[in-house]
Design a protein around this ligand. Structure first.
Ligand code: NAP
Length: 252
């Protein structure tokens, strides 16, 4: 296994700086075997943080993940997400239990609110706390929160136990550098960068091609390296092609 750089969560737990995404996986039976094999290879290579969600393929991505982690649950740091429409107290608990069944495990390592909806944050945080007491999740966090949302979360009882904010961050989406990045940095709040190569499109960027040539790398690798260069940032690219997984590992 590779010696993967780690990012420390506020709880003190260390997670790999490079993980694996699963959006658009589990949607098509014809791709199923390749997707399971890709996640398994990624784990072998040290990309042991796996990001999924109840939303992805309506649970299909979690079911696919179950196959990839079968027999090696303890090697993996499992992240899943609850939809804002399920973010009520009863809804969060129901969603988490359904995710646990699909994932074939007794615990999720990090459970995120996928984005902010109409349910008061205090109610969702209360549900996360109940799940932690029951050992069904080990940590919780949020996703797609802006700085004001984070401030509000910290003002809610128990809100300061948030472990991360998973956000869109890549070379073509840098708006968060104005406020959320410095805000998070000051508070030691790790960010988890999703779509680090802008869903693959940065691989076709002419300016990155020129830089990549100088570094004997691909444009996608340069885009990923740019995200990974920052301390306190975890990147979760999605890759099914074996060559992509190996190129991403080389970046880390
Ligand atoms: P991404 O990781 O930026 O891009 C994925 C695309 O890049 C795939 O088409 C993949 O192809 C390709 N790719 C991967 N490695 C490559 C390489 N070395 N060279 C060339 N192409 C490469 O996009 P994403 O899937 O949107 O984001 C990653 C993960 O973040 C998701 O899977 C999901 O887990 C999470 N996410 C979270 C949210 C949220 O709201 N919280 C939103 C979006 C995404 P192959 O698959 O064919 O290898």
């Amino acid at each position: 296994m590779a010696d993967m750089r780690k990012v420390e969560l506020p709880s003190g737990e260390q997670v790999p700086a490079l993980g694996q995404g699963t959006w658009h996986m589990g949607e098509d039976r014809r791709r199923h075997a390749d997707e399971v094999a890709a996640l398994k290879l990624g784990i072998d290579l040290g990309m042991t943080l796996i990001d999924t969600a109840e939303m992805y393929a309506s649970g299909g991505a979690e079911e696919m993940t179950r196959e990839a982690i079968a027999g090696r649950r303890d090697e993996v740091f499992l992240v899943s997400k609850v939809l804002p429409s399920n973010a009520s107290r009863a809804g969060v608990i129901r969603s988490c239990e359904a995710s646990l069944r699909r994932l074939g495990t007794d615990r999720i390592d990090l459970y995120l609110l996928h984005w902010r909806g109409g349910v008061p944050l205090a109610e969702t945080v209360g549900a996360f706390e109940a799940l932690m007491r029951d050992g069904k999740i080990r940590h919780w966090g949020v996703s797609n929160f802006d700085t004001d949302d984070m401030e509000e979360l910290l003002s809610v009882a128990g809100g300061d136990a948030v472990q991360t904010n998973q956000i869109l961050y890549n070379l073509s989406s840098r708006g968060i550098e104005f406020d959320l990045v410095p805000w998070s940095d000051e508070r030691g709040m790790p960010l988890m960068a999703y779509s680090p190569m802008n869903q693959g499109s940065l691989g076709r960027d002419r300016r990155l091609e020129a830089i990549a040539e100088r570094h004997d790398a691909t444009p996608t690798q340069i885009a990923l390296a740019w995200v990974l260069r920052q301390k306190g940032v975890v990147a979760i690219p999605k890759a099914v092609r074996e060559s992509h997984l190996r190129e991403n590992l080389a970046v880390a």
